[in-house]
Design a protein around this ligand. Sequence first.
Ligand code: NI
Length: 173
Amino acid sequence: MALLPILTAPDKRLKQKALPVADVNQKIRQLMDDMLETMYAAPGIGLAAPQVGVLQQVIVVDVGSEQAEQQQAAPLLLANPEIIRAEGELPWKEGCLSVPDHVAEVLRSASIQVRALDRNNQRIEIQAAGLLAVCLQHEIDHLHGTLFIDHLSRLKRALILQKLKKQKEKEKE
Ligand code: NI
């Protein structure tokens, strides 16, 4: 296993669409395992492949005890995740490893059903509510080049991106 560098906004690679995985082979399993290790080390509760510069539809999620309550095996390592049902509304204060030091409230669906391939290349369906539903929606967004700040007003987004840009310039010095 290996730790992968996490891209931070603004970065055009975070705005690109990821491609579906043909099947979950050894290479994809390795990517999933490396992503999970990277997520735990960060630490975070979700990570999408574009955040480590890989434009493939792969996400990893582990929201801990809440996930266990919902009887979803934790962690979730998924390829080609797709939301097939969404209900209700749930505002949630979100952060992102690619948008360090910023949180903002985003309106998400309260409960969702997701179809995906698991680490064994098996088709699975996941019912999720609460934090797990929010986290899955956030990570699936990444696969479409969407960050949580893209759900905010243009002004709020511009302010956050400006701060992140300054921070990056400082780190370069
Ligand atoms: Ni994120």
